[in-house]
Design a protein around this ligand. Structure first.
Ligand SMILES: Cc1ncc(COP(=O)(O)O)c(C=O)c1O
Length: 485
């Protein structure tokens, strides 16, 4: 660790220098360092391989910065494009206040977003930094809408401040989102929250046939009855129903389109907006721009974040029934930066690449192979693995309990050098970059197979040299990997 003089450079000054071995001790003096015990080498890491700068250890990355790096690390298409790097540097030297000061870079990003991810029926866009702020602005839109809608119909404008939502939802850790997040208690305990109506989450168990289907249909009926009851109890006071199309952090809980569409119909009947949180599911992970389209949903507001590189909302449909909505009346929702310009420049180029490489279609194809691999693994380890599920690359499996799941995550990281995320009570979730290679995914499944085999008979786990990361191939383009899709 050192502080170096940079006197020879314009402006002079001193800058801190961190050698790889210093990084975590340096950080831990001031910030909580409870993440991976890895110092990411930002030069050597590439695609779906994260290299530890201290040791050179290579990890197969099946988590992609919590599903936020659509093209993996150091995508060659970005790194090898001097024109893009110049644009990025120009945007990065400043941090303009986007809502008040227009730039060409801002306009080009918005235009590209609308082309690649937009929905003509959701024409209003709003940008902010982070997924939690995205969801909170979606909620503000709904509160404002409901209050004005009440007023226009001769009802009290003070009503309309409640959010109907699901158990085991995760929507972030901000002032409003804490009240709708209810996964692990440590994330919400001791913080003041609103007492907003919450209904059971009728998660699907796979394969969803026979008794499993009957059970989910019964659970959906109960949840819909709870929702009806909430609307009756809080007359004119529920602004919206908010849900992730697939609950991610809560355990990769899949919901049937039938259920979500019934909730949307209920919202329409009770003059509440239908809001989906696509912060984790959005931008190709499930095999299309948004998961909600695959479920046949027509939301009024969609919150996004992560792979977009910044947060935000797109809105329309019933929002426009109220003339002075938050997208029309200045000052109702805004922030200094309105999403960072440097993130917008990176996002624009990433979206162009996702579009030209057809990475969403590719995620659908690769994801079905991954799911088939996980289903096969569940057949081979019936006592350990169950409920293999997935949409696109958003795949998951269940272990029997939290302790075993946590042990699998640990063994994968320490012995196999594979980074895979837990979710909910006992799930393992795959969150690879959209550019991951088919062989890398297969290597991840083989690593999981070895760990499960080891759990049954510990002496069977031989590999001193983890195969998955060592053999991880360099990032590939969609066309190289799978042929034109
Ligand atoms: C569905 C969902 N909503 C909201 C958030 C919050 O996003 P952020 O951590 O960027 O605030 C997350 C984060 O994981 C998420 O998965």
């Amino acid at each position: 660790m050192a502080v170096m003089s940079v006197a020879g450079r314009p402006g002079g000054g001193s800058r801190a220098r961190a050698e790889p071995a210093d990084v975590i001790p340096m950080l831990s003096r001031h910030v909580l360092t409870d993440g991976y015990d890895v110092v990411c080498d930002l030069t050597a890491s590439t695609g779906s391989t994260i290299v530890d700068a201290r040791t050179g250890t290579r990890y197969l990355d099946l988590y992609s910065f919590f599903a936020s790096a659509p093209l993996g690390i150091n995508p060659p298409a970005l790194l090898g494009d001097p024109e893009f790097l110049t644009e990025l540097a120009r945007a990065a030297v400043n941090k303009p206040a986007n809502p008040d000061m227009a730039t060409a870079a801002y306009a080009e990003f918005v235009e590209t977003f609308a082309r690649v991810l937009g929905d003509p029926e959701l024409p209003h866009l709003f940008f902010v930094e982070g997924g939690s702020a995205a969801v909170e602005n979606a909620l503000k839109c709904a509160f404002d809408w409901k209050s004005r809608h009440n007023e226009a119909h001769g009802r009290p404008a003070e009503l309309g401040g409640r959010v109907l939502h699901l158990r085991s939802a995760f929507h972030g850790r901000g002032g409003y989102t804490l009240s709708v997040t209810n996964t692990e208690p440590v994330k919400t305990a001791r913080f003041p929250v609103f007492d907003w109506p919450r209904v059971d989450c009728p998660a699907v168990t796979f394969p969803c046939t026979g008794a499993a289907l009957d059970a989910v249909v019964a659970a959906e009926r109960r949840a819909l009855a709870q929702a009806e009851e909430a609307f009756a109890r809080h007359r004119h006071d529920i602004a919206c129903f908010l849900a992730e199309p697939i609950q991610a952090e809560g355990g990769d809980n899949h919901l049937r389109g039938e259920f979500l569409r019934a909730m949307a119909a209920l919202c329409e009947r009770h003059d509440a907006l239908f809001v989906v949180d696509e912060v984790q599911t959005g931008v190709g992970l499930t095999g299309s721009a948004w998961a909600h389209t695959q479920l046949g949903l027509r939301p009024d507001v969609v919150a996004f974040g992560k792979k977009v590189q910044l947060g935000g909302v797109m809105a329309g449909r019933r929002v426009d029934e109220v003339a002075d909505n938050v997208f029309r009346l200045p000052g109702r929702i805004s922030s200094t930066w309105g999403g960072g310009l440097v993130d917008m420049v990176r996002s624009r180029r990433m979206l162009e690449i996702m579009e030209s490489e057809r990475l969403f279609d590719r995620a659908a194809v690769l994801g079905s192979d991954l799911l088939a691999g996980l289903e096969e693994l569940a057949r081979r380890h019936p006592r350990l693995l169950s409920n293999a599920r997935g949409r696109g690359l958003m795949c998951a499996v269940d272990l029997p309990d939290r302790a075993l799941r946590d042990e699998v995550v640990r063994l994968l990281r320490e012995r196999e050098h594979v980074l895979l995320l837990p979710a909910g009570e006992r799930a393992l979730r795959f969150r690879p970059a959209l550019t991951i290679g088919a062989e890398e995914l297969a290597a991840g499944v083989r690593a999981l197979d070895r760990v499960l085999t080891h759990l049954v008979s510990p002496e069977s786990l031989v590999p001193a040299e983890p195969e998955a990361a060592e053999k991880a191939s360099p990032p590939v383009t969609a066309t190289q990997e799978k042929g034109p899709l």
